[in-house]
Design a protein around this ligand. Structure first.
Ligand code: PRP
Length: 192
């Protein structure tokens, strides 16, 4: 992943672009085509974790040629990388029963894998007919829990990025590209 110059008019805090809109759209279309083929004739329930995954979900579901339903969860992590047993707490559960359903968990990014590991355990206990994962960004360097990822958009470097759902303290999610932050912005946020 090469860092390109930010587009004209980008916020001054954005220092570069890791993935532009075109690259993201192309890959999302490919993932959508693969999912459409794999789930042909079967309804797929797309489960997304609020909030970052929404942006990828919105584009991915429109790239799937077939029946889909959406459902959402929200969670709060109260563990840490050094104490992963701290776990995750569900603050919003699914609205629908997934027993016997073909469930595809849609995430914007997997980092340590702890969130998804917990989530898959919860979902598996509800006896779906199948349970798979689609993730746009796989930042594997800090992986603790090894997870099977059926649909992966991109491997990404161990870089702090914002945009297309990824945020810094709630900001920048709505950038249509995946961008890097300037040293100044990172320092301001206590990340450098
Ligand atoms: C991100 C992402 C995953 C999680 C992955 O969410 O959407 O849920 O982090 O990290 P992990 O693999 O280390 O567990 P975040 O906590 O940033 O919340 P957000 O979706 O509201 O931005």
């Amino acid at each position: 992943m090469r860092v390109e110059a930010p587009p004209h008019g980008a916020p001054r805090q954005i220092s570069g672009v890791l993935l532009d809109e075109t690259a993201i759209a192309r890959r999302v279309a490919e993932l959508g085509a693969a999912i459409s083929a794999d789930y042909a004739g079967r309804e797929v329930v797309l489960v997304t974790v609020l909030r970052g995954g929404l942006y990828f979900l919105a584009d991915l579901c429109r790239a799937i040629d077939g029946e889909t339903r959406l459902d959402f969860m929200a969670i709060t992590a109260y563990g840490s990388e050094t104490h992963p047993e701290g776990g995750v707490r569900i603050t919003k559960d699914l609205d629908e029963n997934i027993e016997g359903a073909h469930v595809l968990v849609v995430e914007d990014i997997i980092d340590t894998g702890l969130t998804l590991n917990y989530l898959l355990g919860v979902l598996r206990s509800r006896k779906p007919a199948s349970l798979e994962v689609a993730v746009l960004l796989d930042r594997g360097q800090r992986r603790i829990a090894d997870l099977p990822i059926a649909y992966r958009g991109f491997h990404m470097p161990d870089t702090f990025a914002v945009g297309y759902g990824l945020d810094l303290a709630g900001r920048w999610r709505n950038l249509p590209y995946l961008g890097t932050l300037s040293d100044e912005a990172l320092e301001e946020a206590g990340l450098a």
